[in-house]
Design a protein around this ligand. Sequence first.
Ligand code: ADP
Ligand code: C5P
Ligand code: MG
Length: 208
Amino acid sequence: MAKEEAAGSLREKNVKVVFVLGGPGSGKGTQCANIVRDFGFTHLSAGDLLRAEIKSGSENGTMIQNMIKEGKIVPSEVTIRLLEKAMIENGNDKFLIDGFPRNEENRAAFEEVTKIEPEFVLFFDCPEEEMEKRLLNRNQVLSSPHGRDDDNIETIRKRFKVFLESSLPVIEHYYSKAKVRKVDAARSADEVFESVKGIFSSFGPKDS
Ligand code: ADP
Ligand code: C5P
Ligand code: MG
């Protein structure tokens, strides 16, 4: 499908998008799984899509792998193409887009290409110390599909720096549009989900 066609078909369907943001290890993936279960959204993690792209042996694979290893943000063109494709193939009309937009370039390009404005931004606010502990622990879960190359202390520090310098300004942008729903993510996963439920209650329970 041509780029313009893809964007057009998403607009026609009037898809609803919630951006799920927060530092590395703040619990985005964990909470998205709960939201999918209870509110019928489809979860698209930009990081997961990029990792799948590496595995698929795509021509961009090596570039993506190098950027992830350095905690850098992959050019928007690549990530947006993957997100659009996933949204179209899935067919749902409610999406959680997790870990995107990660910088101003991501944000402006997504807006330009898809013309989709998020319903709101779910922001998991968590101190770095807690996130670091969780990420190092995630890497200890041997044979887990979540064991990741970039969950080492060197890359984690780089990811934190990128979050502060590039991703927080995106959250600030959405604050200025009154679109941020902030959740204290430094609590247990169950406690965090109690707050999340309150935010999503207007979407009603899952249809089926
Ligand atoms: P993100 O997608 O934001 O990077 P994850 O959901 O993958 O974060 O969580 C990172 C790690 O922390 C995982 O190992 C996960 O099981 C764990 N975790 C998630 N939420 C919590 C929480 N509220 N308290 C403690 N550990 C958590
Ligand atoms: O969100 P997640 O922790 O899975 O992201 C892992 C890595 O994927 C990031 O550190 C970054 O290198 C890459 N990424 C990106 N652009 C995004 C999301 C993730 O380049 N929008
Ligand atoms: Mg994640």
